[in-house]
Write a protein that binds this ligand. Structure first.
Ligand code: VGL
Ligand code: ZN
Length: 203
């Protein structure tokens, strides 16, 4: 599969807390090299980062709940996690081994105290982040998603891309973190999200 000038590579949440910190995802170390190699092939790269205030709605500590519980919010059920990717803290930094200096946009998400945002396209309450409009305005047609976690923020980003009218791919070997795989694979298939490996791409 040949990479086109209208393709964009989106690297999702490859931040210290998800690689080796409070929400470390098994297998995260193994995706750094594939991401760097893939980024070198693309003309256009976008980086998405989780960027939460200290008292964020997605933190168990905010509610005095245990990690993994689900709370009710005005936008529906929201799972709560260990504190992670707090704005301005070391855990929110991009993994230092990434070589994404050519990235054209760094998008922050999950910065509203009361709303989480798994997808880089849609916050969990359905509001747009503006990323789809930005990418359409720049003439992009296909979106290739990698990063952490594969079945949370990466897949939700790919689903958001599909919903916003892009041809949407997840790079399996440049992502890590499995969750509700069968159900999520079905959602991805229904939305037309395609799974490929980095070895399927050529410059
Ligand atoms: C993520 C849980 C909470 C992710 C973000 O990047 O997949 N997961 N915030
Ligand atoms: Zn988060």
């Amino acid at each position: 599969m040949k990479i086109q000038p209208t393709d964009v590579f989106i690297v999702v949440d490859v931040q210290t807390d998800f690689v080796s910190g409070s929400l470390a995802i098994p297998g995260a170390d193994a995706i750094i090299d594939p991401i760097n190699a893939t980024a070198a092939l693309f003309d256009h790269i976008v980086v998405a980062t989780d960027w939460h205030p200290a008292d964020h709605v997605s933190f168990a500590s905010t509610h005095g709940k245990a990690r993994g519980e689900v709370i009710d919010t005005p936008y529906g059920p929201q799972g709560v996690h260990a504190d992670h990717c707090v704005q301005g803290t070391p855990g929110a930094e991009l993994d230092p081994r990434l070589n994404l200096t050519r990235a054209e946009l760094i998008l922050r998400k999950g910065y509203r105290r009361d709303v989480d945002s798994y997808s880089a396209f849609r916050e969990n309450d359905g509001a747009t982040t503006g990323l789809g409009a930005y990418l359409h305005a720049r003439g992009f047609e296909r979106v290739f998603c990698a990063g952490l976690a594969r079945y949370v923020c990466v897949l939700q980003t790919a689903l958001g891309a599909a919903a916003d009218g892009f041809e949407s791919y997840v790079l399996r070997d440049a992502s890590a973190g499995d969750r509700d795989v069968e159900e999520n694979d079905r959602k991805a298939a229904d939305a037309g999200v395609r799974w490929i490996n980095t070895s399927d791409l050529t410059a």
